[in-house]
Design a protein around this ligand. Structure first.
Ligand SMILES: NC(=O)c1ccc[n+]([C@@H]2O[C@H](COP(=O)([O-])OP(=O)(O)OC[C@H]3O[C@@H](n4cnc5c(N)ncnc54)[C@H](O)[C@@H]3O)[C@@H](O)[C@H]2O)c1
Length: 247
């Protein structure tokens, strides 16, 4: 078991990538703090995990773009399991718009949920980890959209570019506190961000010829969160079926 007795917060764990990450972490011995602002989704994930691994998950309803909500989330997690060892920042939303269709409100909302949320959770979870004195691991979910210009999703791509460099800054600033920060960078995993349905006709330009599964992405998150990655700091681990290699 690679995460035995570790306590892990996974944001946006109500479905897809976050859900599979929480589930895999629990299978590897972690206590999973399943965070989502949708109580139906979050409760379902936590119940499903507890059905298989009794007591391995709690659901915390939180909006990670709100500072107060993030602080409450951390307090509930510590109250339930005593500490926080791992943070996975998985929440994001996309605008799916070009600059002419994207309003200032759209832009600010996408940045708040996709980028500012990672600033808030990292800031307060790192404080908690430092107080505990045992270090920790943070894995922020980026996107290939953070490394390329696209003809849509202007706000999402800008936010994900910010995610990449926020991670590097955090890696540098938190390394002296024994906290490792890295990112996983997906492309085309299961359904598109913000959607539950998967369109089988969607074109998937990569070397594998199919979309990745949320489980395949979760396995990369697990690696970076585990001690197997203890010499890896400030890295963007691309999990995209070779999409970036073709660019
Ligand atoms: N799916 C892909 O193909 C893909 C590609 C590249 C990057 N990513 C990244 O992977 C991550 C997960 O993507 P996904 O497709 O599984 O997302 P998703 O939209 O399926 O799930 C996101 C979850 O986050 C929750 N959520 C949204 N806003 C929230 C908030 N403010 N507070 C708390 N919870 C909130 C939602 O309720 C949902 O359960 C994202 O960071 C995304 O940018 C995904």
């Amino acid at each position: 078991m690679r995460l035995k007795d570790k306590v892990a917060i996974i944001t946006g764990a109500g479905r897809n990538i976050g859900e599979q990450t929480a589930s895999l972490f629990a299978e590897e011995g972690a206590k999973a703090v399943v965070v989502d602002f949708d109580p139906e989704r979050g409760n379902r994930t936590a119940e499903e995990i507890n059905h298989r691994c009794k007591g391995a998950a709690i659901f915390v309803c939180a909006d990670v773009s709100e500072e107060k909500s993030v602080k409450e989330m951390i307090a509930i997690a510590v109250n339930a399991y005593g500490s926080i060892d791992i943070l996975v920042n998985n929440v994001a939303i996309s605008d799916n718009k070009n600059i002419f269709d994207c309003t200032l409100n759209d832009f600010n909302k996408v940045l708040a949920v996709t980028l500012t949320s990672q600033f808030l959770t990292c800031k307060y979870v790192a404080e908690q980890m430092i107080e505990q004195g045992n270090g920790g691991a943070i894995v922020n979910i980026g996107s290939t959209s953070g490394f390329q210009g696209r003809d849509s999703a202007i706000a999402y791509a800008a936010a994900k570019g910010g995610v990449a460099n926020l991670m590097r800054g955090l890696a540098v600033q938190l390394a002296p506190k024994n906290i490792r920060v890295n990112s996983v960078v997906p492309n085309k995993i299961g359904s598109p961000v913000g959607q539950e349905e998967f369109d089988p006709a969607r074109s998937v330009p990569n070397l594998v010829g199919r979309a990745g599964t949320p489980r395949e992405l979760a396995q990369a998150v697990l690696f970076l969160a585990s001690d197997e990655a203890k010499f890896i700091y400030g890295e963007n681990l691309v999990v995209d079926g070779g999409f970036s290699a073709m660019m």
